[in-house]
Design a protein around this ligand. Structure first.
Ligand SMILES: *[C@@H]1O[C@H](CO)[C@@H](O)[C@H](O)[C@H]1NC(C)=O
Ligand SMILES: *[C@@H]1O[C@H](CO)[C@@H](O)[C@H](O)[C@H]1NC(C)=O
Ligand SMILES: *[C@@H]1O[C@H](CO)[C@@H](O)[C@H](O)[C@H]1NC(C)=O
Length: 354
């Protein structure tokens, strides 16, 4: 009961007063990483032939230091990883009513520093070969390196070393999160997977929902990119995959989202399902948050209850919890329910001592 009272108070506070904005620094960090990617050069997406990739890649990081001081959270870093066709704006939606839709502002108001990254091939991060290089294997390796640097205190703009890392993903970003806690479980204390499940997405919903070469969709923004850099076609095809039904989102959010949409790659599409793995070595806390109207990751034949079985992939986790949000689509942060989603994430963090 106490939980619901505090939620109501929090929501009423959100609607009447502006959230204290954090102080943010946006920069591109050279990150050296290597992985065995899949050799997709034959055109066969099912091949198991691997190709080593390595290099130093510029990765856009946006670090936000809260102006609300909560001493117990100063050493905790929430690392935020966006999904396909997004960039840092997914977790820090500034284009429309940021007090309702920016998770970065919400977290800062609770005293959390955040490190919001643009995955390789998105935002201001480098855009290398979208078939052979920008794949999940390398994305996971890059994420691991960033977490190592943050724990070591080696990212100058962060100003310190962090001892508690909460990795928060959405969709493709949750797949990266899942891959990191499977491969390098010691780097993460708590994992939050939003808009994601191991339930197979038949033929990738992004293919079904119509993605096209980004250079064709928007020659002004994406004209120089190779055709394997992809994005959604238009606002209505975007809404069909990423949003719930009419009435569950504000059309102004969709318009702002469409205007700032970003990329995914063919290499990512073809390697996504390979990383729907178990993470038996992970001993931290795991939470799964999903919208009931998520066409990609909720299994409609069991009314989304496939999420309840996600704990099987984290057999040694300290805890596993899930929450399904009614009338909410795939992009939880951009639906009318976003403030409730954020409050639920906070309630979970509080209950697990993060
Ligand atoms: C690749 O490996 C998987 C898992 O072992 C197997 O199911 C699949 O058939 C292999 N693909 C090819 C093209 O050999
Ligand atoms: C948040 O959304 C509600 C409901 O749409 C709206 O009334 C309110 O003005 C928004 N608040 C801010 C700070 O933008
Ligand atoms: C929007 O994109 C979809 C999927 O590619 C396409 O079928 C539809 O015709 C497009 N609508 C407009 C108005 O361009």
């Amino acid at each position: 009961m106490a939980h619901f009272v505090s939620l109501a108070l929090l929501l009423s506070a959100l609607s009447v007063s502006a959230l204290p904005a954090p102080v943010c620094t946006d920069f591109v960090l050279p990150v050296t990483a290597s992985a065995n990617n899949i050799d997709l050069s034959s055109g066969d997406p099912t091949t198991n032939v691997t190709i080593p990739v390595s290099g130093t890649f510029g990765i856009e990081l946006k670090f936000c230091e809260p102006t609300t001081v909560v001493a117990s959270r100063a050493g905790t870093l929430q690392v935020l990883v966006h999904g396909a066709s997004y960039d840092t704006s997914y977790w820090d939606f500034e284009a429309f009513q940021p007090d309702n839709y920016s998770y970065v502002r919400f977290a800062a108001a609770q005293g959390y520093p955040t490190l919001n990254m643009a995955r390789l091939g998105s935002g201001l991060s480098d855009h290398p070969d979208p078939l052979q290089v920008v794949q999940f294997g390398l994305q996971i390796a890059i994420e691991e390196q960033i977490l190592r640097l943050a724990r070591a205190g080696s990212i100058t703009a962060l100003g310190r070393a962090f001892t508690d890392i909460i990795l928060v993903g959405h969709s493709f970003g949750s797949s990266v999160t899942n891959g990191v806690i499977a491969q390098a479980p010691e780097l993460v204390d708590a994992a939050i997977l939003t808009g994601y499940s191991h339930f197979p997405v038949p033929a990738s919903v992004f293919t079904v929902g119509g993605v096209l070469p980004a250079s064709q969709v928007d020659p002004v923004r994406f004209g120089g990119l190779a055709p394997d850099y992809l994005t959604t076609h238009n606002a209505s095809s975007r809404a069909a995959v990423l949003y719930g039904p009419v009435g569950t989102f504000d059309p102004s959010v969709l318009a702002a989202d469409e205007a700032t949409k970003d990329l995914l790659t063919t290499g990512e599409e073809f390697t996504f399902e390979r990383f729907a793995v178990s993470a038996p070595g992970f001993t931290g806390d795991v939470a799964a948050f999903i919208g009931e109207k998520d066409p990609s990751f909720c299994d409609p034949s069991v009314d989304c209850q496939n999420i309840a079985t996600e704990g099987q992939f984290y057999p040694n986790a300290k805890s596993f919890e899930f929450q399904i949000f009614p009338n909410t689509g795939h992009c939880l942060n951009l639906q009318l329910d976003a403030p409730q989603v954020f409050a639920s994430i906070q309630s979970w963090l509080d209950r697990h001592g993060h």
